[in-house]
Write a protein that binds this ligand. Structure first.
Ligand SMILES: Nc1ncnc2c1ncn2[C@@H]1O[C@H](COP(=O)(O)OP(=O)(O)OP(=O)(O)O)[C@@H](O)[C@H]1O
Ligand SMILES: Cc1ncsc1CCO
Ligand SMILES: [Mg+2]
Length: 266
């Protein structure tokens, strides 16, 4: 059977409007929920440990982002990830600035032990997660994607997860197959939490095709790349771009995701 392309997966995602449980940070919560809604999915920001596990069993996928971590939130993340695993639902980890402090390093090691199905981070985060030394200091990347491609493949093989590294040209690998995704805009890293929102969208595509997590991840990244390109054609600066990006996520169709040169085998 032929691999489903990003355009086909976009149609399937919109037809299903998957329920995605997003445990994300205080900065990202609103833009991530809006990004999922306009893209065609149904977000639910359910994080408390008293309900996060129960909810993970009814959601199509779970996404976990440690951007504004606290012990209480970590408990909710762990309960949800364990429940997603038990229910056979894919879960996605976004290890925001995991290298920066001892609390984040320990939390991330504990979450990694719960077997995330997909990892999504910027180049500095993926380099450090694979045991290397990146130039990142906080939540923004200090390294180019190309410098993290080898680390991403090694990390994917060691963890069994699909690994996505984002930046000017994104890189996705399942340890055997790899692809690069072109597009987007230099305005994207100038609007906070777009990467966090993308992690939630990866969850929407993973919920749509849990049997095809590599292709699902590529499709989510292709959708952001296409929408970023579309919004940048109209925007005069980062502020307007942020809102135009949401309109563009609603407007992009399969043809923009499948545009020549969008996804290249690596
Ligand atoms: N220079 C660039 N040119 C084109 N697209 C970019 C560029 N930098 C980032 N992007 C896109 O921006 C989106 C977010 O990726 P990024 O690597 O900035 O995430 P991040 O660092 O985790 O962001 P945040 O922590 O603010 O949420 C991705 O779709 C990525 O392809
Ligand atoms: C700015 C910021 N600080 C913690 S999380 C976050 C959102 C981008 O990752
Ligand atoms: Mg990030």
């Amino acid at each position: 059977m032929a691999e489903p392309g990003p355009g086909t997966l976009l149609e399937e995602m919109r037809a299903r409007a998957p329920l995605v449980q997003c445990i994300t940070n205080f900065v990202a919560m609103n833009i991530a929920a809006n990004a999922l809604l306009v893209a065609g999915a149904s977000p639910a920001m359910v994080h408390d440990m008293r309900e996060s596990g129960e909810f993970a069993a009814i959601a199509g996928a779970l996404t976990v982002n440690i951007g504004t971590l606290s012990p209480e939130w970590l408990g909710g993340m762990r309960a949800a990830a364990e429940a997603a695993k038990a229910a056979g639902r894919p879960w996605v980890l976004d290890p925001v600035a995991h290298f920066a402090t001892d609390f984040r390093r320990r939390a991330t090691a504990g979450l990694m032990a719960l077997g995330p199905d997909i990892l999504r981070g910027n180049a500095s985060e993926i380099l450090a997660l694979a045991g290397g030394a990146g130039s990142g200091r906080g939540v923004d990347s200090g390294d180019p994607v190309a410098a993290a491609e080898g680390a991403a493949v090694a990390l994917s093989r060691a963890s069994g997860a699909v690994v996505a590294v984002t930046g000017e040209v994104d890189f996705v690998t399942d340890g055997t197959r790899s692809a690069r995704i072109a597009g987007g805009s230099p305005l994207m890293p100038r609007v906070t939490a777009l990467g966090c929102a993308l992690t939630c969208l990866v969850g929407a595509f993973a919920a749509t095709r849990p049997d095809r997590l590599f292709e699902a991840t590529v499709a989510a990244l292709a959708m952001f790349a296409a929408a970023g390109e579309m919004a940048a054609r109209e925007a005069r600066g980062p502020g307007g771009f942020g809102w135009m990006f949401l309109d563009a996520l609603a407007a992009v169709g399969p043809a923009e995701l499948d545009a020549p040169g969008r996804v290249l085998p690596a």
